[in-house]
Design a protein around this ligand. Structure first.
Ligand code: THU
Length: 126
């Protein structure tokens, strides 16, 4: 699949404008191309109970699954100025399950590179 990384970065940057991040002031947007050809975005949503915050990548996955838009094959996360951000550890775990080890992240990585030895469905008892 041909990936338009500039378009994904632009979509992530545009989405970041809708982030709710009054505490960290880091507005994050994520954008992904899915295996159905859909473009999906997400933003971080913070909470006064800080630990309840969820990341842009998590809201992206929630939207993709809710709307039946398929699995991510290429994903970018940026701040509202377009600076590329690397996914946190929790997001890496979520992304490798939903996008698989070959999910391309920020143009230069795969999910498997970002979370080697991830806990995966095969690690659960049958
Ligand atoms: N954040 C994300 O949205 N994605 C990540 O992968 C890293 C961190 C958000 C969470 C929090 O709202 C803010 O960035 C600062 O940690």
């Amino acid at each position: 699949m041909d990936i338009d990384w500039d378009a994904l970065r632009a979509a992530a940057t545009n989405a970041a404008a809708n982030a709710y991040a009054p505490y960290s002031r880091l507005n994050v947007g994520a954008a992904a191309l899915t295996d159905t050809g859909a473009l999906v975005t997400g933003v971080n949503v913070e909470n006064a109970s800080f630990g309840l915050t969820f990341c842009a990548e998590v809201s992206l996955i929630g939207k993709a699954m809710t709307d039946g838009l398929g699995r991510p094959v290429a994903l970018v996360a940026t701040d509202s100025e377009g600076n590329v951000l690397t996914p946190c550890g929790r997001c890496r775990q979520i992304l490798i399950e939903m996008g698989g080890p070959d999910l391309q992240i920020n143009e230069v990585h795969t999910a498997a590179e970002l979370i080697p030895g991830a806990f995966l469905p095969d690690d659960l008892p049958e």
